[in-house]
Write a protein that binds this ligand. Structure first.
Ligand SMILES: NC(=O)C1=CN([C@@H]2O[C@H](COP(=O)(O)OP(=O)(O)OC[C@H]3O[C@@H](n4cnc5c(N)ncnc54)[C@H](OP(=O)(O)O)[C@@H]3O)[C@@H](O)[C@H]2O)C=CC1
Ligand SMILES: N[C@@H](CC=O)C(=O)O
Length: 384
């Protein structure tokens, strides 16, 4: 497999790194070499020496050896040209470009099918969380009734920081930007447009329909103030930017808007740049997908999986090697209940009645047991 990566920013560079780091394992999976032949961006980037750097995407799409073009520049203009030209040459395409799929998906899928090429875009929704393929394929036995969730990491990150760290909107936005979440045009995030792109893509696959993106109403978070958050909290709610799509008696409801969610609801507790997608369907009822929705390796992980999928549709094989070395996982935090105070490294401690209760810092079990050797105690592992 020979790959050309066009766009070497946050996601593109991450994809090249993962392809380099995981080369051997990926090659074993598909039974052929995985070669990144080109990296393309406007400003020169230092790449492993075997990768050809170019500023001209034509070098990539005109090279007959290239069979997978990875578009990671974003936007709906040059990216569209690259994708359509690559597909017309019969090359498979992988992209994370939700704006383009939401606006021009239909034309792109038709072009792919006319030229017998594949187009994958799992990274376009939910960063690294597998959700597009599950909505399209894994739930195929079901009729999907509703999709609801937090689909924009930047705004969720901002809302979280405003609430928990008492930061104002601009301070939180600056931090998110530094972490590589924010779109080149930040208004896509802040005004709910990015979340609308993503819910449109999910709705398309879940309901097996194309939807005109321009008909989707999106309201962002610019009007959400700290005061609103505090009032919502007093009432037992948290404010989240919610994207939803559901079947109506006639047609479909699809929109994005800031929404109060009961504090005990799972969705209300999805914070930072995490995303969550809740799908309601007739047989499985409710299923929730949760994970990091933005960032370099998070997103590049889905891109690389898609690249491999272009060459390996059927992964359902079990040609594994036998591994004899299996160990218990003993480096952990531990809960310790004891009948008097201990001299151990702990994270949390309280005493009640005659019990002394500790949550230790991470430690090897045998080391902790040594420290407890003269004690009567009860001990459990603590996740985290
Ligand atoms: N960042 C994230 O967390 C996520 C991003 N995405 C999507 O992934 C895509 C890429 O995003 P991201 O990596 O953040 O974007 P960046 O802005 O970080 O990177 C864009 C890259 O494209 C290059 N580029 C721009 N124009 C051209 C051109 N004409 N020819 C060649 N290269 C060009 C830029 O080069 P130069 O820097 O030299 O100008 C840069 O390397 C977008 O569609 C985005 O929506 C999806 C999910 C998450
Ligand atoms: N800007 C987007 C990046 C991922 O899609 C976000 O914040 O979710």
């Amino acid at each position: 497999m020979k790959i050309g990566v066009i766009g070497l920013g946050t996601v593109g560079f991450g994809a090249v790194e993962i392809l380099t780091q995981q080369k051997e394992r990926l090659e074993k999976q598909i039974g052929e070499e995985v070669i990144v032949k080109y990296g393309c961006s406007l400003d020169e980037v230092t790449l492993p020496e075997e990768i050809i750097y170019t500023q001209d995407f034509h070098d990539v799409i005109n090279d007959e050896e290239i069979d997978v073009v990875v578009e990671l520049i974003g936007g709906t203009t040059i990216a569209k040209t690259i994708i359509l030209e690559a597909l017309k040459k019969g090359k498979h395409v992988v992209t994370a470009n939700k704006a383009l799929i939401a606006h021009d998906g239909q034309e792109i899928f038709e072009t792919a099918s006319q030229h017998n090429a594949k187009i994958y875009y799992e990274a376009a929704v939910g960063g690294g969380i597998p959700v597009v393929v599950p909505a399209k394929e894994d739930l195929i036995a079901n009729e999907i009734e509703k999709i609801e969730g937090i689909l924009n990491g930047t705004t969720n990150f901002i809302l979280t920081l405003m609430e928990t760290d008492n930061l104002d909107f601009d301070e939180a936005l600056t931090i998110a930007d530094g972490l590589g979440f924010v779109e080149a045009d930040a208004s896509l995030d802040l005004d709910g447009i990015d979340a609308a792109h993503k819910i449109q893509i999910l709705a398309m696959n879940a309901f097996e329909m194309f939807f005109d993106f321009n008909k989707i109403q999106a309201t962002g978070i610019r009007n959400v103030t700290k005061k609103d958050m505090d009032y919502a909290k007093k009432l037992g709610y948290r404010i989240k930017l919610i994207a939803q799509a559901k079947k109506l008696d006639k047609g479909y409801g699809i929109d994005v808007s800031p929404t109060l969610i009961g504090i005990k609801d799972i969705v209300a507790n999805v914070n930072q740049a995490y995303n969550v997608v809740e799908i309601t369907c007739n047989y499985l009822e409710n299923v929730i997908f949760y994970g990091k929705g933005a960032g370099r390796y998070v997103t590049a992980s889905a891109v690389v999986s898609d690249i491999i999928k272009t060459h390996k549709q059927d992964m359902w094989k079990h040609d594994y090697q036998y591994e004899e070395c299996i160990y218990p996982i003993t480096y952990s935090k531990y809960y310790v209940r004891c009948d008097h105070p201990l001299d151990i490294d702990y994270e949390t401690y309280f005493s009640q009645d005659k019990d002394h209760i500790y949550i230790t810092n991470k430690i090897e079990l045998d080391e902790l047991q040594k420290q407890l050797q003269n004690e009567t105690y009860n001990l459990f592992k603590v996740r985290g």
